[in-house]
Design a protein around this ligand. Structure first.
Ligand SMILES: [Ca+2]
Length: 486
C-alpha cells in the first residue's frame, strides 16, 4: 500500500472500519483479503544493539545473516543512515522523540525522555493516542519505565528479568566459571560461547515473548506498534556456541587500518573504556593484542548471527500469522561499533564507524525495494512513520520524512545529517564528514574532515589542509545554523 492509500484509510475512523469489517465477514474470502489490505497498518520495529553495517546487504558477505538478508530483499535498505548520538540510551531517546541531542539533552546511555524532554510526545505515546496497541519487548528504551504511560501493556525488559537471572545482570553469562568469576569480582570476560539453547540468553527469551505477542495480535481489532529490542551484538559477546561455529577463526581478518588517522586532533582519540571493563582486556594505555582482537571479532560476528536467527523467527511468526501483509517493518541498529579500526573498540565517538548503522523499512505491498544511497538520520524515523500513517505530527519534531525514498530509491536524501558525541558536533554530507569540537565558551577547538568519496574509512584528516579551507568554512556555517535551531 502506498502512503497516499494509507493516509486515505487513516481518515476513516476506527469505528467505521470495524463496521465495515462486520459486513465483510459475510462476504467471500477474496473480499476479506481486500478488506485486510485496507486496514490501518501495524508496525513491527526491530532494534539491534550496537549493530555495524557489517552485513551482507551492506556488501560484507563474510557475515552469516540469511534472515536479515531475506528481510532486506523485501525492504528499502538505507546505505547511508546515521544515528544522532552513538550511545544506546540517548540514541533511542532521540529517535523515539524525533528531537536532536545537544550537549545537555540525550547525552549518555542513561538518557531518559521524561527527564530530558518531559514535554515531548514519544512516538509510542502518539500511536497509542491514535488507536494503536503499543508494546515494548526487550531493550528499546534504556529504562523500561521511561514514559511508560505510552505503552498499552507493561514492558518486558531484561532489566526486569534480572531477578530471575543468574545474578550477572545484562551480561547474562551462562557458563558456570563466568558466573562464579562475575559474582566474585563484579566483572566477567568480554565473550562467551556456551552450548545452550537460544533462549538461555535474553535475546532468545525476547524472541519467544515477541512471537507470543504476535499470536495475540493475530485476531485483534486494534493495529499494533510492537517494538522488539535485541541486546546482542552489544558487549559482552555472549552467544550460543552454534553461532560461533558458523565462522572459521582461521579465516577472520584484523581491520586493515588499526592506526590513528593522519593529522588526528587529540580530541578524537578514544580509549575504549567500555571494552576495558572486561576481564582479560588490557588496561589503558596498552593496545589490544591481535589474538584477543580476533577472538572479539569472532564473538561479535557470532552475536550478529545469533540475532539474525531471532529476526528470522520473529519474521516467520509475522508471516505464518498472516500479519505481514499489513505490517510495516522497520529494522535498525542504535549506532555503529569499532572492531579495531584506528586502534579503537566499542562506540562513543564521532567517527563514521560509530554513527553509521543499518536501517531498512519494509512497506507492505511496496514494489520498490533495494538499496538507496539517500542520506537520512535517525531523528527522521518518527517524521517518516507519522507521514506514512497520515497522523498529525507533533510540534517537537526536528527531523523530516524520508517516505519519498521508500517509493523512489533515487529520490534525493538529505543534504546533510548531524550526529554528535560529547563536545564533538558532526556534519555529514554525501561527500564529506566533518567534526568540530567546541570549548566551554563555544569556540571551535579542533576539527577533522574526511572526504568520503575516496576515504570512507577516515584515515586522512584534511581539516588543516589549506586546499580544503572553503569546504571547512561552508560546512562550519551549515553546522552552526543547525546548532542554533535545535
Ligand atoms: Ca547500543
Amino acid at each position: 500500500m502506498n502512503s497516499i492509500a494509507i493516509k486515505m484509510i487513516n481518515r476513516m475512523s476506527m469505528v467505521a472500519l470495524s463496521l465495515l469489517g462486520f459486513f465483510l465477514c459475510a462476504a467471500n474470502v477474496a473480499a476479506m483479503d481486500n478488506f485486510k489490505s485496507l486496514e490501518q497498518p501495524n508496525i513491527l520495529f526491530i532494534l539491534v544493539d550496537d549493530l555495524r553495517t557489517e552485513l551482507p546487504v551492506y556488501g560484507k558477505d563474510h557475515i552469516v545473516a540469511p534472515n536479515i538478508d531475506r528481510l532486506a530483499k523485501e525492504s528499502v535498505v538505507f546505505q547511508n543512515a546515521y544515528v544522532n548520538v552513538p550511545v544506546c540510551g540517548a540514541s533511542r531517546a532521540s529517535m523515539m522523540t524525533g528531537i536532536r541531542p545537544t550537549e545537555s539533552r540525550f547525552v549518555g546511555y542513561q538518557a531518559r525522555i521524561d527527564e530530558d524532554a518531559p514535554n515531548a510526545i514519544p512516538l509510542f505515546s502518539l500511536l497509542k493516542d491514535n488507536g494503536y496497541f503499543t508494546q515494548s519487548i526487550g531493550k528499546v528504551m534504556h529504562f523500561p519505565d521511561d514514559s511508560k504511560d505510552g505503552w498499552s501493556v507493561a514492558t518486558w525488559h531484561p532489566r526486569l528479568a534480572l531477578a530471575r537471572g543468574k545474578g550477572t545482570g545484562h551480561r547474562n553469562y551462562q557458563l558456570e566459571e563466568n558466573i562464579r568469576l562475575f559474582k566474585k569480582n563484579r566483572k566477567g570476560p568480554a565473550y562467551e560461547s556456551a552450548d545452550v539453547p537460544d533462549n538461555a540468553y535474553y535475546d532468545g527469551q525476547i524472541t519467544d515473548y515477541a512471537i507470543e505477542a504476535l499470536e495475540q495480535f493475530k485476531n485483534a481489532e486494534q493495529p499494533f506498534f510492537l517494538t522488539v529490542g535485541f541486546l546482542k551484538p552489544h558487549l559482552p559477546f555472549n552467544a550460543p556456541k552454534r553461532y560461533w561455529d558458523l565462522y572459521d577463526p582461521a579465516k577472520l581478518a584484523l581491520s586493515d587500518n588499526p592506526f590513528l588517522a593522519k593529522g588526528l586532533p587529540k580530541q578524537a582519540n578514544h580509549n575504549w573504556g567500555e571494552m576495558r571493563k572486561y576481564v582479560g582486556v588490557p588496561k589503558s594505555p596498552e593496545l589490544m593484542p591481535d589474538e584477543l582482537a580476533l577472538k572479539l571479532m569472532h564473538g561479535y560476528y557470532a552475536g550478529v548471527s545469533y540475532i539474525d536467527a531471532q529476526v528470522g523467527k520473529v519474521m516467520d511468526a509475522l508471516r505464518t500469522k498472516g500479519l505481514d501483509k499489513n505490517t510495516i517493518v522497520v529494522f535498525a541498529g542504535d549506532h555503529g561499533f569499532f572492531l579495531g579500526e584506528h586502534g579503537f573498540w566499542a562506540k562513543h565517538s564521532p567517527f563514521d564507524l560509530a554513527t553509521h548503522t543499518p536501517l531498512m523499512v519494509k512497506l507492505p505491498g511496496n514494489k520498490v525495494r533495494g538499496n538507496t544511497d539517500g542520506l537520512v538520520e535517525f531523528v527522521d524515523i518518527y517524521s517518516t512513520l507519522v507521514d506514512l500513517l497520515g497522523i498529525e505530527p507533533p510540534a517537537q519534531l526536528q527531523g523530516s520524512s524520508f517516505a519519498a525514498l521508500l517509493h523512489d530509491l533515487q529520490a534525493p536524501g538529505k543534504q546533510a545529517v548531524y550526529p554528535r558525541w560529547q563536545k564533538g558536533e558532526v556534519i555529514k554530507t554525501e561527500k564529506y564528514a566533518m567534526t568540530e569540537w567546541y570549548g566551554n565558551k563555544g569556540g571551535v577547538q579542533a576539527r577533522m574532515l574526511y572526504d568520503h568519496s575516496n576515504d570512507r574509512a577516515e584515515n586522512n584528516n584534511l581539516a588543516n589542509d589549506p586546499a580544503h579551507k572553503k569546504t571547512v568554512d561552508a560546512l562550519h556555517q551549515k553546522l552552526k545554523t543547525m546548532m542554533e535551531n535545535r
